[in-house]
Design a protein around this ligand. Structure first.
Ligand code: IPE
Ligand code: IPE
Ligand code: MG
Length: 236
């Protein structure tokens, strides 16, 4: 029985290209991408993946045209409204990683509402990375540690990896075991720079709106064939 990753993180990329290939507006790509989110959430549940982190909007994505940003935020609100029942049914906890305060008020409200309504669930966690940047996250952790040091609550010589990890957005979430990036780009685009240090990478040319259960299963199968060594000489 191949090992199942405990935590899968996904850079959901290629919505715009999917639409462009069909001569459709980019928004249509995002709409179909939202269906892939639904499919992958279900597939995670079926496979027994406990944590799913989805990179939905980066700190850099704010430079996009306002109409596209509005459409993405609208889709997010719609997703929350439509999927809340399913989160309750399967006791999945929704969490956000990123600068939630940057998001439109209505979206923040909806996110906070669903997050608190699902806060006690432990079957699985759906983590949405929103207005997220890996460097922003690490800088915020450094700032928080510096404040504590200034206040005398921590000694600079005691700051180690565990201290930094404890000041990230979601310190209780284990590092991703598998990172999937769709649409073939070979870069991290500022995603989870700290947490991905020993994560297995899986890049597929499939565009996000075409990435469904079968593609997800393939990624899990590829993960099952990997040898994780963590610097050692034999697989762990
Ligand atoms: C991913 O698809 C969605 C977001 C980044 C919000 P893109 O919109 O980046 O699609 P491409 O990369 O232009 O094809
Ligand atoms: C990464 O995709 C961000 C998300 C998927 C939310 P981008 O499309 O923004 O990444 P780059 O700009 O191609 O690196
Ligand atoms: Mg892109």
């Amino acid at each position: 029985m191949p090992s199942v990753p405990r935590h899968v993180a996904i850079i959901m990329d290629g919505n715009g290209r999917w639409a462009a290939r069909r001569k459709l507006p980019r928004i249509k790509g995002h709409e179909h991408g939202a269906d892939s989110v639904r499919a992958v959430v279900r597939a995670c549940r079926d496979a027994g993946v406990r944590y799913l982190t989805l990179y939905a909007f980066s700190v850099e994505n704010w430079v996009r045209p306002p109409a596209e940003i509005r459409a993405l935020m609208g889709l997010l609100e719609q997703f929350l409204k439509e999927r809340e029942d399913e989160l309750h049914k399967h006791r999945v906890r929704l969490r956000v990683m990123g600068r939630i305060e940057d998001l439109p008020r209505a979206v923040q409200r909806e996110l906070r509402r669903v997050m608190s309504a699902t806060a006690s669930y432990g079957e699985g966690q759906l983590i949405m990375a929103l207005s997220y940047g890996g460097r922003t996250e690490i800088a915020a952790a450094a700032r928080a540690i510096a404040h504590k040091a200034q206040a005398g609550a921590i000694r600079p010589e005691d700051v180690d990896e565990a201290t930094v990890a404890a000041h990230l957005y979601l310190p209780d979430v284990p590092d991703p075991d598998l990172l999937i990036r769709t649409s073939g780009e070979l870069r991290l685009s500022n995603f989870m720079l700290w947490q991905l240090s020993y994560t297995e990478l899986y890049v597929t040319d499939v565009l996000w709106p075409d990435f469904r259960e079968a593609e997800f299963r393939q990624a899990l199968e590829a993960y099952g064939r990997r040898e994780r060594r963590f610097g050692d000489i034999k697989p762990c």
